[in-house]
Write a protein that binds this ligand. Structure first.
Ligand code: PLP
Length: 454
């Protein structure tokens, strides 16, 4: 049996796929919260460089990847596609399980697929410094790496609970020359309020985003960079699915089920959107996004207009949201602790093109352990959500006696998350209940805004 397929460097995709070209109706536009009217590209100019804003609103189906970006992506791309044959054997399933290994990048996850182009476009626009937020530290370290490659300064606001749980990611960022501080911090208006109430405040991605945006719009030659959610970020990630299609063809297979974990939605979209394009053209398949039961944006939250951050500095985005004030439980999958969901993934969900499933923390770590003890590679806690779903689907295929082809994105390795595995193995991890009433209270506040067309 063949276990893995590599692509030659010359076969790296040279264009990104923009799904905005293929939805039957346009994405509901971002709105100005004051007027309720759509915002224009110039409204975003203090936050992002215009070349990225143009990508954000583009409806062109294919967008060329600049040579300088390809040259950096070739440091680790194309990434390998594996057959998880040992896991199949352990489960005794007739399913064929494949995984696209995005843990081989310098930062250890899929995130550099967008940090590299974002740093490049900022640099060519004349920007000297980028700010961002990070949860588990995967995105912060990816941006630190990319800024280092293009000679930009980088400042990262890291959600405090993860800053404390995962000190090694801070060290990665520092190694690549970035500054990393815990959020909420006393350094911005957005953070100070929470910091003064409680200097040990766990923080959330929503608060850290507010801090990073405030820093960007009040500092010289500085812009803000986001690691997920936005249209251009998801588009940069489609290089994953485009490579995978070529590799699956080499295995002579086409997936029945495509699986990915979902925080803001970028790794899932990166694999799923090139397949969704086939599905929209009549191909039958299931695309499943997997999230934590403690932050169930896809499975429980309504489709609304909401802010992308806690301090209400962003435009209103049409998305599934638990409410911008929602502070998720401090689970170890820090990258999945986000109240919202990419507008493009939200639209695909509303249109019934994709499905969603939620998993408790204990089930995901059990799945991660099964993976580590069969396939060897230790997954990131976020990735474990996708693995929990793959195991469930493979067991169902066994019960039904069906030879399903299951394809998963392995979004990152967990070698810097070993403290989380330690907590699991020593019985210290728990499942946390989702506060439904808290969500209902928070989303009720959004009734004053227009409802996006479903
Ligand atoms: C390894 C890993 N997987 C998944 C995610 C979730 O992000 P997204 O939904 O944008 O892919 C993160 C976010 O930090 C991550 O670090």
């Amino acid at each position: 049996m063949e276990y893995k397929v590599f692509l030659d460097e010359k076969d790296i995709p040279r264009q990104w796929y923009n799904i905005q070209a293929d939805f039957s109706t346009p994405l509901p536009p971002p709105l100005n919260p004051g007027t309720g009217k759509p915002i224009g590209p110039e409204d975003l100019a203090p936050v992002f460089p215009m070349n990225l804003i143009e990508q954000e609103v583009s409806t062109q189906r294919w967008i060329d990847i600049p040579e300088e970006v390809l040259d950096k992506l070739l440091m680790w791309r194309p990434t390998p596609l594996y057959r998880a044959a040992r896991l199949e054997k352990f489960l005794g399933t007739p399913a064929h399980i494949y995984f696209k290994h995005e843990g081989v990048s310098p930062a250890g996850s899929h995130k550099p697929n967008t940090s590299i182009p974002q740093a490049y476009y900022n640099k060519t626009f004349g920007i000297k410094r980028l700010t961002t937020e990070t949860g588990a530290g995967q995105w912060g370290s990816a941006l630190a790496f990319a800024c280092n490659q293009f000679g930009l300064e980088c400042k990262v606001y890291m959600v405090r609970i993860s800053f404390n749980q995962k000190p090694y990611r801070k060290m990665l960022m520092q190694t690549w020359g970035a500054t990393c501080i815990p959020s909420p911090s006393p350094e911005t208006n957005a953070g100070r309020k929470f910091f003064e109430e409680n200097p040990e405040h766990h923080g959330s991605l929503g608060i850290a985003i507010s801090e990073a945006i405030e820093d960007a719009v009040t500092s010289k030659d500085t812009r803000y960079s986001l690691g997920s959610v936005l249209n251009h970020v998801l588009m940069h990630q489609t290089i994953i699915g485009l490579e995978t299609k070529k590799q699956m063809a080499r295995f002579g297979e086409y997936p029945d089920i495509v699986v990915g974990c979902v925080g803001g939605g970028s790794n899932f979209a990166g694999l799923a959107f090139p397949y969704l394009s086939d599905k929209m053209n009549g191909k039958e398949m299931r695309l499943i996004g997997c999230e934590p039961t403690s932050c169930p944006t896809m499975t429980q939250a309504p489709y609304v207009y909401d802010f992308g951050d806690t301090a209400c500095t962003t435009p209103l985005l049409a998305m599934h949201s638990l409410g911008h004030g929602f502070v998720p439980a401090p689970i170890h999958a820090g990258g999945l602790r986000y109240h919202g969901l990419a507008p493009l993934v939200s639209k695909a969900l509303v249109e019934g093109l994709i499905e969603a499933k939620a998993y408790g923390q204990l089930q995901t770590f059990a799945a991660g352990l099964t993976w580590a003890r069969t396939e060897g590679f230790i997954p990131a806690p976020e990735t474990n959500h996708a693995i929990a779903c793959v195991i469930e689907e493979a067991q169902r295929a066994k019960e039904e006696g069906k030879e399903k082809v299951i394809l998963m994105i392995w979004s990152g390795h967990g070698l810097i998350d070993l403290a989380a595995y330690d907590a699991y193995l020593s019985g210290k991890l728990q499942d946390t209940a989702f506060p439904v009433e808290e969500m209902q209270r928070l989303v009720a506040e959004l009734e004053k805004f227009p409802r996006p067309a479903a």
